[in-house]
Design a protein around this ligand. Sequence first.
Ligand code: GLU
Length: 341
Amino acid sequence: METDVAGVAQVSETGPVPDNARIDELLEASYARAMPHDEGTVADYIPILAEADPEAFGLCIADVDGGVHEVGDTRAEFSIQSISKAFVYALLCEQVGHERVLGMVGVNNTGLAFNSVIAIELNDGHPMNPMVNAGAIATTALLPGATADDQWRLLHEGLSRFAGRDLQVDGEVYRSESKTNHRNRAIARLLESYGRIERDPEAVVDIYTRQCALRVDARDLAIMAATLADGGVNPLTDEQIVSADVCRDTLAVMAGTGLYERSGEWLFEIGLPGKSGVAGGLTTIAPGKVGIGAYSPRLDAAGNSVRGQVATAYLSRALGLNIFASAPRSSRARHRQGHLT
Ligand code: GLU
């Protein structure tokens, strides 16, 4: 995992984020640090994704008080893809509760690719966690609703409320993925064979494909993340979307499984819950503080935005966001009294 944090001091302050001017300064610095990173490749296994502009790069911080800081292509839209998994999981937890979702979907890493079939077989048909396709498809299948349309409505309204605006499905992405998603359909059938999906697997995969095709921009991802950072309240609309307990559960799952097979390295380097998607989006949450949204379509080998990771690693250090960072109490007290610089 390329994080390029050499020379960036780790701020160990676990208190509030700095003032707006300083956030803007650090946002610009993180953008400049990530921009030269032109390694990685744009996803093409869903044919339409290959047409993305590899140079596009947007970065946004939304704080829990409603402040929004943006740099670059923050209004360039792309499909949310796997990032939807985290928010659909939160909606499901809100609807059916912690215990049921834990039993049906799980929270443990598979150590295998996001679209692995063998992971299902190795775990006796258990989908393992909601951030891999098996768990995400099982999650979508569990959404309440008499019909598939009712389930879609709940999902679409829920994700739109997270973003604070009406999100639209990208028809081209939806059609492109629908024609090529044989593997996801196989996963759904396999889950059905294990009794993990009780609805029509084809209809469930169709909803899943549509949720992945919802269009967002980096700013939306920051606001959706800030909602999870603020106990479930969207900082722009002030609407409570999910409970604080659901946020806590969702962030724990994201911390452990949000960056594909690189989730361990991500947590080690950045120390925050996050989720990436194959169209180049990355959303990161600093609980109680800020949400970070990034968009840059060049991906590492696991499917994570290269520039998104570099910029987020910088921000985590420079803004003192890493949830594992602390300094001895005595040195913090001296720092506050001005004895240390
Ligand atoms: N819709 C994509 C799939 O199921 C999501 C992949 C991703 O972003 O990880 O293959």
